[in-house]
Design a protein around this ligand. Structure first.
Ligand code: C2E
Ligand code: CA
Ligand code: CA
Ligand code: CA
Length: 274
């Protein structure tokens, strides 16, 4: 970087590199989706704040790249969204998660849905098809959507949402509090739950204002009849505070990391259905 002015052109060839890396990532991801064996789903338990029992699990996609190893979703979900690969990928995750959770003694399986998927007018029907094929009660399936989806594609989203809800599927607003005018969206679109973003959980006890803010979010959500889940719970203190202020469910590394299906299956052995 310490080169002088006028040498700019020498950097031109390397400017292609991010593009080539992206093309390679797209090609590899496409192959991974077709082959299936590099992809898996990890499940992070969700706990009742009252009983401490596991009541749900969030499905999180994992990609073991043959050369580059474990790829974080943050590195490939955006590529999948830009290329449209998020549709087959998201549908694969949904099918896997519904089949895996069908016989688990938990109420809910939570599945992330990209705004790109929600923009497709056929999404609602396809999701219903996948859930029916898996044989799981649709009332046990919760789709996690972000506020971006509501803003980007409000009309199409509303059509899909109505259909999904008519089928009994539940909707959670993910990363709640990070977007714009979140509470107005809660009124506009019927959702069942808000997942309070971990940036708010991080602020608990850092300062009184941080604790007051999360308390206000939970009070407001409750007064609207919504369930609340706090994500990113990392300390005992955060857990206790969230229990005290009436948050319904807790999720985070303090209780459990995302784990393979076989592991959560073992963890749930002997548990009775909620
Ligand atoms: P998200 O939906 O907000 O998922 C929660 C993320 O927070 C997960 O990261 C999880 O491992 C992490 N997490 C859980 N507890 C804690 C904690 O206590 N502390 C911290 N620091 N992190 C915690 P992950 O698995 O890397 O996923 C990142 C994001 O990628 C997800 O954020 C979601 O937006 C996206 N994603 C993952 N799987 C899928 C998928 O199947 N479809 C779509 N569309 N997006 C997905
Ligand atoms: Ca999520
Ligand atoms: Ca989230
Ligand atoms: Ca997120």
């Amino acid at each position: 970087k310490a080169h002088g002015r006028g040498r700019h052109k020498f950097f031109a060839p390397s400017m292609d590199e991010p593009i080539r890396a992206r093309e390679a990532a797209e090609r590899d991801l496409r192959a991974a989706i077709e082959a299936g064996d590099q992809l898996s789903v990890a499940y992070q338990p969700q706990y009742s704040a009252i009983t401490g029992e596991i009541v749900g699990a969030e499905a999180l996609v994992r990609w073991q790249h043959p050369e580059r190893g474990q790829m974080p979703p943050a590195a490939f979900i955006p590529i999948a969204e830009e290329t449209g690969l998020i549709e087959p990928l998201g549908e694969w995750v949904m099918a896997e998660a519904c089949k895996a959770a069908k016989d688990w003694p938990i109420q809910t399986i939570s599945i992330n849905v990209s705004p790109v998927q929600l923009r497709n007018p056929h999404f609602g029907y396809r999701a219903i098809g996948i859930i029916s094929d898996a044989g799981i009660d649709p009332a046990r399936v919760e789709l996690e959507i972000t506020e971006t989806a509501l803003i980007d594609s409000a009309t199409q989203f509303a059509v899909n949402l109505r259909l999904l809800r008519a089928f009994g599927i539940r909707i959670a607003l993910d990363d709640f509090g990070t977007g714009y005018s979140s509470f107005s969206h809660l009124r506009e679109f019927e959702v069942d739950r808000v997942k309070i973003d971990r940036t708010f959980v991080d602020k608990i006890s850092v300062d009184a204002g941080g604790s007051a803010l999360i308390r206000a979010i939970i009070d407001l959500a409750r007064s609207t009849g919504l369930q609340t889940t706090a994500e990113g719970v990392e300390t005992d203190e955060q857990k206790s505070f969230l229990q005290d202020i009436g948050c319904n469910e807790l999720q985070g590394f303090f209780m459990a990391y995302p784990m393979p299906a076989s592991e959560i299956g073992k963890l749930l052995e002997g548990k009775s259905s909620p």
